[in-house]
Design a protein around this ligand. Structure first.
Ligand SMILES: *[C@@H]1O[C@H](CO)[C@@H](O)[C@H](O)[C@H]1NC(C)=O
Length: 467
């Protein structure tokens, strides 16, 4: 129960919060950058800047000798590009990293303090106390926003003096349900009376396919559209996109650079599943979250799905939910056999979707952001996603991955990873699976069943095509 006083306090903090700058970060697993050079980092940073992302949160894993090299490459590239980086630690080798890099022009400062996050590490909370071992050893003040999801919003209160904000990794739903913002609201309510900020996680998908340990699925489906809408409601101070490059859990929105960077066991599920098109709406989502106006200059669509019904392959040991703390169910009860699609429209228009030779389904789109899904309904073939206005087709997708009745993977397993495509009607295109052609007929076009692994963006996404 909130008292009137806490409402007044919250309102005061709200006023303060909206005057402070909001940020959107992307979580980068530095352990998955083994083949990166400074130039690869520069390319990643250019893509992130184009998507309106403010900074990379570098996830530093202990005991990986390549990490110090890649951190050096990342800072060199970020300094040259005027981009920001900050550390997300899951161990305590933090002091030397911070003292080496807080003086870099690329290090992210917030409220005149170096922004630092973690992935868990709750057994070492005391080390982060004000005036404690870490803060007293680092040459700048620290703005500490840890992920202490295991404590939960009800368990954070004894530690509020040790932190400046908190990040929740509770961002995927359990079972056949949609992710809601209820846990985020609980975190905001636990933090804001003390003036602490909240960092909200936004993730598009989850299929843990890396070998070793349990392989599991949580529902993604509509989530990339739903979660961004939830950031508009929750209005957190920070958003962290989970992730840029976690190929082993299938929630990457950055490019696949090199097969050697994909964890063992995941390559078969990732190689033909680019996710670059998920970045296409980020400039819109991020501007809207920040309360900035955004001019939709041209119609755009993005669409994603698994490319065969879940029953069209074996589960191969993949389970639904994380059985270490949730009830194990069949993964096939969690994810929907459907295509998920969003449209950013300059003005009202009809969106049509046709799977193979199935019926053409029409959706009334409004100016701005729209999102829908369409169950496979037993249809196979290439889905075609079109915007039609005034009886004339503005543009259709021309190279979406076909939906096949059975899995096309050589191991006979269902691929629970998403294939993601997009188009934008600006005469160019970004993102794999996109097209720059502008058909003029009102009939959705049937096109080849090729899976696009190279894009038509700057440099033809050479690093993707060369995998
Ligand atoms: C899940 O979200 C989608 C898209 O927002 C919606 O169409 C669907 O009805 C939701 N399902 C449930 C069970 O709430």
């Amino acid at each position: 129960m909130r008292s009137l006083i806490s409402l007044v306090v919250n309102f005061t903090l709200f006023i303060r919060a909206i005057s402070a700058q909001k940020y959107v970060f992307a979580h980068v697993v530095v352990g998955d950058t083994t083949a990166h050079t400074q130039a690869t980092w520069a390319s990643d940073i250019a893509l992130a800047k184009a998507a309106a992302i403010d900074a990379f949160m570098l996830d530093i894993a202990y005991g990986d000798s390549n990490v110090p090299i890649q951190v050096g490459n990342a800072f060199a590239a970020a300094e040259a590009a005027s981009f920001k980086l900050a550390f997300s630690f899951d161990y305590l080798g933090v002091v030397s990293y911070l003292n080496q890099y807080v003086s870099s022009s690329a290090y992210l400062f917030y409220s005149s303090a170096a922004f630092v996050s973690t992935f868990e590490g709750t057994s070492n909370i005391g080390d982060w106390a004000q005036g404690g071992t870490i803060r007293s050893a680092v040459s700048s003040s620290i703005y500490f926003v840890p992920d202490y999801t295991s404590l939960g919003p009800s368990g954070i209160s004894p530690y509020l003096n040790d932190i400046e904000g908190a990040f929740s990794w509770n961002i995927w739903p359990e079972g056949a349900t949609n992710m809601t913002d209820a846990p985020d609201v609980q975190w905001v309510d636990a933090l804001s009376p003390s003036g602490k900020t909240y960092m909200m996680g936004v993730s598009p998908w989850f299929f843990h396919s890396a070998s070793g340990g349990t392989e599991w699925v949580w529902r993604g489906d509509d989530m990339w559209a739903d979660r961004w809408e939830q950031t508009f409601q929750v209005n957190p101070q920070f958003v962290e996109i989970v992730t840029w490059n976690d190929y082993g859990e299938s929630h990457y929105i950055g490019p696949l650079h090199d097969s050697s960077e994909i964890p063992t066991g995941s390559a078969i599920y990732d190689t033909n599943n680019p996710h670059d098109s998920w970045r296409d709406f980020l400039p819109y989502y991020i501007a809207t979250y920040k309360g900035n106006s955004f001019n939709i200059a041209h119609d755009q669509m993005q669409y994603w799905y698994h490319t065969s019904p879940v029953a069209g392959g074996s589960t191969c040991g993949v389970v639904g939910n994380n059985p270490s703390y949730q009830t194990e169910v069949s993964p096939n009860t969690i994810v929907e056999d459907a295509v998920f699609f969003s449209a950013l429209l300059t003005s009202a228009a009809t969106v049509t979707v046709q799977i193979g030779n199935g019926p053409v389904n029409s959706y009334a789109g409004t100016a701005g952001h729209n999102h829908w899904s369409l169950a496979f309904g037993g249809q196979t073939g290439v889905p075609v996603f079109c915007v039609v206005r005034g009886g004339a087709t503005v543009q259709c997708s021309s190279n979406a991955a076909p939906i096949t009745a059975t899995t096309t993977l050589s191991n006979g397993c269902t691929n629970y990873n998403a294939w993601v495509g997009s188009w934008q009607n600006d005469g160019s295109s970004t993102g794999s699976g996109s097209t720059s052609s502008s058909p003029t007929t009102a009939t959705p076009t049937q096109t080849s069943g090729q899976v696009c692994i190279a894009g038509t963006g700057p440099g033809n996404y050479a690093e993707v095509g060369s995998r």
